[in-house]
Design a protein around this ligand. Structure first.
Ligand code: SR1
Ligand code: MG
Length: 402
């Protein structure tokens, strides 16, 4: 069966032909559940045993743009291999993989229906007390353990070659670092946020900083990064966190993952302009988000430091002050990328935190706040000595945006 013939109608026979996946003759009910831009995702459940799984298939094009927008199916190999590797480091933080079929560009994984996409959970103002521990641990282990500090330099370069991901990187290079700052006529803004959005095209100090951050994304092969670790790529419950959607993974700057998590928490902070029902609720939830941002960084830095001290293969990394300097640069990179990840979501590639805002005036105010915070974080990050200083900037700037 050629891979492009897989669809809701014939997936059942395909799945039943895979040994040890479902019981022979199982009564499988299949539903397409994917609402992402890129791939096709199906939920499968055996009606008798209630056993379930999720199938993800990459077609040779971008789902949201149709067959004319070609896109390599190698992304499914990268996603499933990175997910498996991350599962070796952090088994609690990724879905289990049951089956991989690269001829059909698909894999079958654990069903996480008992989890919720974190972006939706934050919109509902849910709290996730274990999230900083989970995500800080996940990022420290996946990033450190694929870096030159943990791997032999030749093995690391082999990994780098295995996870080259030029077509997916190109999407990020364009949408995160270029489109928001260079008018190509494709970006439209919410009325009321247009002036601030378009002002980016002429903001030379900001464009200078973003150029340096893009250079870092293009050239800094520090670790095998997730590459798209926003709150829509995280499945959560009150006490569980799982990272999905590793299709953008490649050897890049560690701060891009840390920044994605921080930046998307700040986006939700801005969108609480609407999602909180009154000022007290807004203040309380925003305080929770800021504490979460602080703890994400602190747990990440603690765990990364512990891994470095326990096992660093790179003898030159023992030079006095080098570890502290590395972490400081990583901190500032993370903040810079956080700002870029915020700004890119206002205008072209929008997210539900804002699209779900029914009142145009409030949405515009929330978007102006997101743009301002993204810009200030990028420009001021060099001065920050601690995550608390970045959090203070967010707190102080918020009332100034009307
Ligand atoms: C065309 S894909 C748009 C965005 O969705 C993904 O989650 C990535 O963030 C990508 O930039
Ligand atoms: Mg995705």
């Amino acid at each position: 069966m050629p891979f492009d013939t897989i669809h809701e109608g014939n997936l059942k026979d395909y799945l039943l032909s895979i040994p040890n996946l479902f019981p022979a003759g199982a009564d499988l009910v299949i539903k397409e559940i994917g609402d992402g831009n890129i791939n096709f995702v199906y939920h499968v459940q055996d009606q008798d045993s209630k056993q379930s799984a999720v199938v993800k298939q990459a077609k040779p094009y971008l789902r949201s743009s149709g067959k004319d927008r070609k896109l390599t199916t190698d992304r499914i190999r990268i996603e499933s291999e990175v997910m498996a590797l991350e599962g070796d480091f952090c088994p609690e933080q990724v879905p289990k993989i049951y089956h991989q079929d690269l001829d059909r560009s698909l894999f079958v994984m654990e069903d996480l229906s008992d989890h919720q996409i974190m972006r939706k959970g934050l919109i509902e103002r849910n709290r996730y007390p274990y999230f900083p521990e989970h995500i800080g641990f996940f990022m420290a282990h996946t990033l450190y353990k694929t870096s030159d500090f943990a791997l032999d330099a030749k093995l690391k370069k082999e990994m780098q070659a295995r996870f080259m991901n030029p077509e997916m990187c190109e999407i990020t290079e364009k949408l995160v670092f270029t489109v928001p700052y260079y008018d190509d006529g494709t970006t439209s803004y919410t009325p009321g946020a247009e002036e601030q959005g378009r002002a980016l095209f002429d903001d030379e100090p900001l464009k200078y900083e973003v150029a340096a951050l893009k250079e870092s994304f293009l050239t800094k092969a520090q670790a095998l990064i997730h590459g798209d670790l926003h709150t829509g790529s995280l499945f959560v419950t009150a006490d569980s966190t799982k990272a999905i959607d590793q299709e953008f993974s490649f050897y890049g700057p560690m701060g891009f993952d840390v920044g994605a998590v921080i930046g998307n928490l700040v986006l939700n902070y801005a969108a609480q302009e609407y999602h909180s029902r009154n000022e007290q609720e807004r203040n309380e939830y925003r305080t929770y988000l800021l504490e979460t941002i602080r703890d994400v960084w602190l747990v990440f830095a603690r765990e990364f430091t512990r891994l470095w001290e326990e096992d660093n293969q790179e003898i030159t990394a023992r030079a006095e002050g080098y570890k502290e300097n590395y972490l400081d640069r990583l901190f500032k990179d993370s903040l810079g990328f956080a700002g870029c990840k915020m700004i890119r979501r206002i205008g072209r590639a929008q997210v539900e935190d804002f699209t779900s805002i029914a009142d145009d005036n409030i949405r515009a105010k929330a978007e102006r706040l997101a743009l301002r915070l993204g810009k200030d974080i990028i420009l001021q990050r060099h001065q920050f000595q601690s995550i608390e200083e970045a959090v203070e900037l967010i707190e102080e700037t918020t009332p100034r945006v009307s």
